[in-house]
Ligand binder design. Structure first.
Ligand SMILES: [Zn+2]
Length: 250
């Protein structure tokens, strides 16, 4: 089966050609393949543009999400003011060029990779499990399970994460079979939630910690910059959160 999620193969792909498969409610566009990352796994989705090849008309993609297993691009059919806005919107069979809003995506990649570094350090240093995250433009949040919550320890974890980032380890994407995943002690804890039909698993390795992951990451940890804590919240066992921002390294 052909890969339709181009971002899983090339996370730095900014522009691609595709064909419109369907348009629903005059705004939800499904393509035969796409580099747009859909909002998932606590990471915000891409925005950008879709340009029709036949007449050069450009449409803004204002949201990308996953609906019924397909990646849906919410498109502003009026266009973005760049071209004549009258005339028909996108329709099935249109050949298009998709372009990701790269500045936004790249920042989300930095935040997503930072969240992996934090979760690796939390687990390896303190057996603290990250239970969720929310990564949007300009800010990140990770939720964690820390029975003996200790603010000082959380600050130490972040310091340690920044030390690892400074080493500029490279980020690798590999694929392993479900059986391999279940045999790997480090990954078994993550294998439990894996849907039955999935036989091949994409693994993102940030140099010292690996996780099954379908998202977009930077190539080397140095691109993350520096993690700065904005708030640490301790509101009972199930509501421990770290809010952070990223500073670009000088
Ligand atoms: Zn991830």
């Amino acid at each position: 089966m052909a890969i339709t999620t181009l971002y899983t193969e090339d996370m730095y792909l900014q522009e691609f050609k595709a064909t419109v498969e369907s348009v629903t409610d005059e705004k939800f566009v499904i393509l035969d393949k796409t580099a747009f990352y859909p909002k998932s796994g606590g990471v915000d989705g891409d925005t950008g543009t879709i340009t029709r090849e036949s007449d050069g008309k450009k449409f803004a993609v204002i949201y990308t999400g996953k609906f019924q297993g397909k990646i849906s691009h919410e498109v502003e059919m009026k266009g973005d003011g760049d071209k004549d806005v009258d005339g028909p919107g996108l329709k099935m069979g249109d050949k298009i060029v998709g372009k990701i809003n790269w500045e936004r995506r790249y920042e989300l990649m930095r935040y997503h990779t930072a969240a992996h570094v934090l979760s690796g350090v939390f687990y390896q240093e303190g057996k603290v499990k990250v239970t969720g995250n929310n990564l949007v433009l300009g800010k990140g949040r990770i939720d964690f399970n820390f029975p003996d919550f200790d603010r000082k320890m959380v600050e130490d974890f972040v310091r340690k994460a920044n030390e690892i980032i400074e080493k500029n380890l490279s980020v690798q994407v590999t694929y392993i079979s479900r059986e391999e995943l279940e045999k790997d002690a480090d990954l078994t804890k993550l294998a439990m939630g894996l849907p039955k039909g999935i036989q091949t698993v994409r693994i993102v390795d940030v140099g010292f910690d690996k996780q099954p992951d379908g998202g977009c990451h930077v190539r080397a940890l140095g691109e993350i910059g520096k993690i700065e804590i904005t708030t640490i919240k301790n509101k009972g066992k199930n509501n421990r959160r770290l809010y952070f921002i990223l500073k670009k390294s000088a």
